[in-house]
Design a protein around this ligand. Structure first.
Ligand code: B12
Length: 214
């Protein structure tokens, strides 16, 4: 059924995709598995876009399907979790990039695992990150980017944070489909996360030693 879900999303069969996702979730399938299958489907959609068999409307429809499925998955993620406040995270998609589905999944998972997440949205200029860091004083900053042209703004954001004297108080994680170790080194981040669960594990690791927030 997970492979049928992948085919339905990739094949733009919206109704079928949503009803399958609902069935899978109601049937007790791990919501993370469902979301992982959605991501596989998005990779196929992206490939078809590159091959020019799909255009912008298909990207948009795929995006909408994934947003809806994420919403369906969210209430099922909190089940059985002992949630305590672990720390604060500021997150956003860097300047020039408006992709936010992956970032929203990261935000949702951090939230259900007890982090206080301040999501600055998309196309976020470096100064807005700096202002939020000063206001929120997070332990962790998350930067998301899906476009290769966004690597540069990602690096610029971290540079601006360093120049503002805020880098030492923060751990910075980056993510998004094209992000890898090379981009981590290039941007000056502390770590990159290949998926939302890695974002949670990194954040837990960085805040474990801290005392639980009141
Ligand atoms: C849906 C989509 C869109 C939607 C986005 C809707 C939305 N609200 O986000 C719309 C239609 C708006 C769109 C627009 C464009 N898109 Co687009 N899009 C996609 C597509 C198909 C899927 C992206 C997605 O949502 N994936 C699913 C999520 C769940 O995965 P994810 O983002 O990777 O996130 C996971 C991990 O990476 C990680 N993660 C993500 N963020 C973070 C952050 C942290 C801190 C951590 C630790 C982890 C983490 O966790 C997430 C969950 O597991 C991709 C194809 C692809 N393969 O990615 C193209 C793709 C990214 N788009 C592309 C392009 C070219 C564009 C446009 C320029 C098209 C155009 N001509 O206008 C515009 C860009 C506009 C802009 N300025 O940003 C290209 C980019 C190519 C490149 N080399 O840069 C891609 C790769 C398609 C392709 N193969 O050509 N797009």
């Amino acid at each position: 059924m997970l492979s049928e879900l992948i085919d339905s999303i990739a094949g733009m069969k919206e109704e079928r995709a949503l009803s399958l996702a609902r069935e899978l979730l109601e049937g007790g399938v791990d919501p993370l598995k469902v979301l992982e299958s959605c991501r596989e489907a998005m990779t196929i959609v992206g490939q078809r876009f590159e091959e020019c068999t799909y255009y912008l409307p298909e990207l948009m429809l795929a995006g909408e399907m994934l947003q809806e499925i994420s919403q369906m998955a969210k209430p099922r993620m909190t089940k059985g979790l002992e949630v305590r406040r672990r720390g604060r995270v500021v997150i956003g998609t860097v300047q020039g990039d408006i992709h936010d589905i992956g970032k929203n999944i990261v935000t949702m998972l951090l939230d259900v695992h007890g982090f206080e997440v301040h999501d600055l949205g998309v196309d976020v200029p470096p100064q807005k990150f700096i202002d939020a860091i000063k206001a929120v004083q997070p332990e962790i900053l998350g930067l998301s980017a899906l476009l290769t042209v966004a690597f540069e703004p990602m690096k610029r954001t971290i540079q601006a944070i360093t120049e503002a004297g805020l880098r030492d108080s923060l751990k910075i994680m980056i993510g998004g489909a094209p992000i890898d170790e090379r981009i981590r080194q290039y941007s000056g981040a502390d770590a990159y996360g290949a998926d939302a669960m890695v974002a949670v594990e990194l954040s837990k690791g960085w805040t474990e030693g801290h005392k639980t927030l009141a």
